[in-house]
Design a binder for this molecule. Sequence first.
Ligand code: ADP
Ligand code: MN
Ligand code: MN
Ligand code: MN
Length: 345
Amino acid sequence: MTKYKLEYIWLDGYEPVPNLRGKTQIKEFETFPSLEELPLWGFDGSSTQQADGSNSDCILKPIRVFPDAARENGVLVLCEVMLPDGEPHPSNKRATILDDDDAWFGFEQEYFFYKDGRPLGFPTDGYPEPQGKYYTGVGYSSVGSVAREIVEEHLNLCLKAGINHEGINAEVAKGQWEFQIFGKGSKKAADEMWMARYLLERLTEKYGIDIEYHCKPLGDTDWNGSGMHANFSTAYLREVGGKAYFEALMAQFEKNLEDHIAVYGPDNHMRLTGKHETAPWNKFSYGVADRGASVRVPHSFVKNDYKGYLEDRRPNSQGDPYAIASQILKTISEVPMEGKATAAA
Ligand code: ADP
Ligand code: MN
Ligand code: MN
Ligand code: MN
């Protein structure tokens, strides 16, 4: 038997953005434990805004398990929070979202590294050189000395965990970076995004660096904000598509604008101003290869008879990927499809 370090990880009850929480228990298993072998556990919900002090027990129900390369015999156990009666806790969004294994999501998570209350690499007073050379930049004066070490280490942790991490780039602002996570199914993609966020925050503890996920940390300046573009496709969009269906889908996105913005992350009006490659938050638009539109339509989509994936550029870096994916599926479900897609491609 081997003693495994099980890190149970969950989302707390803070609004509008939940925090990641985690605690460790040691259990013996013959081999790396499967999900079925992992027991329920509990925590004090009164310390996480999930219960009153008088009745504080909340239940942790394991839903995904990943190897934890940062620890010898480490296991990352992603959990849903349940009430003692077995029902999902009100803060547990995942339990009730729309899901479909044939709906694929690619999230582009942007964020800032923060140290001593400002973006990594910013001088104590004032600002560094204006934006320009930082995006995909190389060299100490562009990206500093430690950021690349962190993003590489994060990439390795994600890949060793089996998370579908797809890539990295330095972003437009100094101290700002992006990584992409792709998954088939809204739960799968969003689980892996939350786990990747967890790994990033845990990793940067030892560097004395925080991850700033706010969508416009530098406010009304010429410094970019952070998004979490949601790329999506369904079996029907990939296999049938067509101009008429696409136009009906975009009309439904326009109609549901407020429902989308409601779950696309807090303070998005600060970011979606119409400047810095954004569309204004209160006006829906779409365009081919248009990075100033709400939804960007890739060239390949049009060339391929309106089949493929679309990019909703409005979700922000603090958005909950469970809620974002679910809202996109809800709007898609409201648009009639003619005929049917054959099978998952
Ligand atoms: P950009 O920065 O140009 O907007 P990225 O390369 O950062 O693009 O992100 C593109 C995202 O689109 C990736 O996360 C990728 O997984 C996702 N993607 C690609 N094809 C599909 C598809 N068929 N369905 C859903 N997402 C997809
Ligand atoms: Mn990108
Ligand atoms: Mn980006
Ligand atoms: Mn993008």
